[in-house]
Structures are given as structure tokens and as C-alpha cells.
Design a protein around this ligand. Structure first.
Ligand code: HEC
Ligand code: HEC
Length: 144
């Protein structure tokens, strides 16, 4: 192999790798119906420092990319939206979208309800899905 061929080979490999990584992040995951509930329940009462993420202000105890992505997929499913609803997908740490800032408020609210009001043994926890049920804006009144 000559130098030019090696150069183009390496370039193509980098492009393919970048495509794989970005499609992995943006891919709509194949989820079980209870997944959102399970993930949000598991994370909402978690405490401890994050060892992953650059701008995690309200989620606690996130230790890996996979753990974070599972929580994010839980949000996606609960609200029936994709990543870009809350994120600039070129910079997930950015807070430029109001939906992301609203989601932070919601996480804090859910945690407050779960730890201060539903903390007795045998009580089910509230999750994003409890209100949202697959919609970005939950139904606020009964339909007639
Ligand atoms: C309902 C809104 C919402 C959706 C949908 C959502 N996210 Fe997030 N995401 C957040 C919030 C809020 C944070 C910050 C949490 C915090 O401050 O602790 C966050 C943080 C992140 C971070 C960490 C960035 C950093 O380093 O600080 C990544 C990565 C991320 N999300 C990826 C995704 C991906 C991938 C998807 C789609 C599968 C997704 N998110 C869907 C709200 C959302
Ligand atoms: C107690 C019920 C309740 C729970 C639980 C709840 N939400 Fe909400 N959420 C609402 C209501 C009501 C609105 C609409 C507020 C408005 O804009 O008038 C809303 C709006 C939002 C919005 C803004 C949507 C838009 O299009 O502007 C986001 C994002 C959001 N919620 C994320 C979440 C996430 C993430 C969770 C779980 C951590 C969550 N919510 C849990 C009631 C809830």
C-alpha cells in the first residue's frame, strides 16, 4: 500500500467511526413499555456524585455513559419525543433549549414528591410517565 492509499483508508475509517458514534446517540431505542418507569424510578431517588457528564446539575449518581443514556431513553419514552426535543445534538451539555431547562425543573419536582411525600414502604413512586404518558404536554383535564 502506498502513502495516499493509507491516508484515504484512515480518513474513511474515521468517518465511519464518527457516523457509528453519532447514529448510536440519535437512534430511537427499541423500548419495553415499562422501561421509562423503571429507569426513572431507579434514578430519581439515587444520591451520590456523578463520575460522568460535564453539566449534570440535578441527576445524581450517574457513573457511565450507558447509565445516562438509559435515563435519557426513559425521558424520551415518557414524553414521546426524541433527543433533539431537549438537546442541541451537537452539544448535549448545552442548556440552550428551554425544554432541557424545564426537564431539570421536572426532575427536581419528581424527586421532591418521591422522597418527601411517597417515601413510606409499599407506596409507588411518581415518574415522568405518571403524568406525561407519552405526551410532551400532559392532558390537564378530562376529555369529554
Ligand atoms: C425531556 C428532555 C430530555 C430528553 C428527551 C433527552 N434529554 Fe438528555 N438531558 C436532559 C437534561 C435535563 C440533562 C441534564 C441533567 C442534569 O442537569 O443533571 C440531560 C443531559 C444529557 C447528557 C449529559 C451532557 C453533559 O455532559 O452534561 C447527555 C449526553 C444526554 N443528555 C444525551 C441525551 C440523548 C442521547 C437523548 C436521546 C436518547 C436525550 N439526552 C434525551 C434532558 C433530556
Ligand atoms: C405531576 C405531573 C408531572 C410529572 C411527574 C412530570 N411532569 Fe413534565 N410537565 C407536567 C405539566 C403539567 C407540563 C406542562 C407545563 C406547561 O407548560 O404548562 C409539563 C411539561 C414538561 C416539559 C415541557 C414540554 C413542552 O413542550 O414545553 C418537559 C420537557 C417535561 N415536562 C419533562 C418532564 C420530565 C423529564 C419528567 C420526569 C423527570 C416530568 N416532566 C415529570 C407535569 C409533570
Amino acid at each position: 500500500m502506498n502513502k495516499t492509499a493509507m491516508y484515504y483508508g484512515a480518513l474513511i475509517a474515521v468517518v465511519i467511526l464518527a457516523l457509528i458514534i453519532s447514529s448510536d446517540l440519535n437512534k430511537v431505542p427499541d423500548l419495553h413499555p415499562q422501561f421509562a418507569d423503571y429507569v426513572t424510578k431507579a434514578i430519581m431517588t439515587t444520591t451520590g456524585p456523578n463520575t460522568f457528564g460535564q453539566n449534570l446539575q440535578v441527576l445524581h449518581g450517574i457513573a457511565s455513559r450507558n447509565q445516562l443514556l438509559n435515563v435519557m431513553r426513559g425521558f424520551q419514552e415518557a414524553l414521546g419525543v426524541k433527543c433533539e426535543f431537549c438537546h442541541n445534538t451537537n452539544d448535549f451539555a448545552s442548556d440552550e433549549k428551554p425544554q432541557k431547562r424545564m426537564a431539570r425543573l421536572m426532575i427536581t419536582m419528581v424527586r421532591n414528591i418521591d422522597t418527601n411525600y411517597l417515601n413510606a414502604p409499599g407506596l409507588e413512586k411518581v415518574t415522568c410517565f405518571t403524568c406525561h404518558r407519552g405526551q410532551a404536554i400532559p392532558k390537564l383535564v378530562a376529555e369529554r
